[in-house]
Write a protein that binds this ligand. Structure first.
Ligand SMILES: Nc1ncnc2c1ncn2[C@@H]1O[C@H](COP(=O)(O)OP(=O)(O)OP(=O)(O)O)[C@@H](O)[C@H]1O
Length: 233
């Protein structure tokens, strides 16, 4: 479905992704983990075509993608109703169809009184629920999620888990970046671990596989920061 060969991304002198080769096949449910700055978002944005690789290539069967972005730094100057309608329009959904559904979903996701505010005024969790709506409204073959559940409270975390399960039942290929391995291990069947821009694990993930071993791969032994050693007042 997507075949990545020796993908490298450099920005200035810094190598952000180094010689990444992997495949995403139809029906995969892939978790991408790694320390802060390991290259997870850059990898997904490169797969989506939002960032150009420095070398290597990506072969696509189709580009029928949806993307749930990391909304934490996002400053969109429009109303949620306009944003969601825009995504529906460009994906060929008829307005009489999506208007009804937006009404229904905003009720179910408790966003009714937020839809005509400016996106910039929404909390991170509310912005995520707006993107949830977009994912639910628009049928795609592959959906990429960048840290979907950070900033969501327990109730919405569960809703999100339910959404991911339903999408996978419908045959949607799912790729999820998350810092919560506990969340991922509930539903993924493949795992990708990045460290300093390199692929250190890329294989099937079996439930209850040794979390200890996986954790050793994700975390660097040098991250031994102790606040007591640096605060000198
Ligand atoms: N436009 C850019 N210019 C310079 N460096 C960049 C740029 N974009 C990303 N980087 C660097 O590339 C590295 C990987 O960034 P990326 O956002 O892909 O990491 P990540 O694994 O998603 O991190 P996090 O878990 O913190 O979200 C980081 O060191 C980051 O500072």
């Amino acid at each position: 479905m997507i075949k990545v060969n020796n993908l490298t991304k450099k920005i200035g002198k810094k190598t952000i992704l180094e010689n990444i080769s992997l495949e995403i096949n139809s029906g995969d449910i892939i978790g991408i983990v790694g320390e802060n700055g390991s290259g997870k978002s850059t990898l997904v944005k490169t797969l989506l075509g939002l960032i150009k690789a420095s070398s290597g290539n990506i072969i696509y069967n189709s580009k029928n993608f949806n993307y749930f972005p990391d909304v934490s730094n996002m400053a969109i100057n429009m109303k949620p109703i306009e944003l969601v309608s825009h995504f529906c329009e460009v994906n060929g959904i008829k307005s009489n169809e999506y208007k009804e559904k937006i009404k229904e979903f905003s009720k179910k996701l408790d966003l009714e009184n937020k839809m005509t505010n400016n996106m910039k005024t929404l909390s991170t969790g509310e912005k995520k629920r707006i993107y949830m709506m977009i994912i639910l409204l628009i049928k795609k073959e592959v959906v990429f999620f960048d840290e979907p559940t950070d900033n969501l409270d327990d109730a919405y975390n569960n809703i999100f888990f339910d959404i991911l399960q339903q999408l996978s039942k419908k045959g949607v290929t799912i790729v999820v970046i998350s810092h919560s391995f506990e969340f991922l291990e509930k539903f993924i069947n493949k795992l990708i671990i990045l460290k300093n821009g390199k692929l250190v694990y890329n294989d099937f993930y079996l439930k209850n596989q040794s979390i200890q071993k996986i954790s050793e791969k994700i975390h660097s032994p040098t991250s031994n920061f102790k606040a007591s050693e640096v605060i000198d007042w």
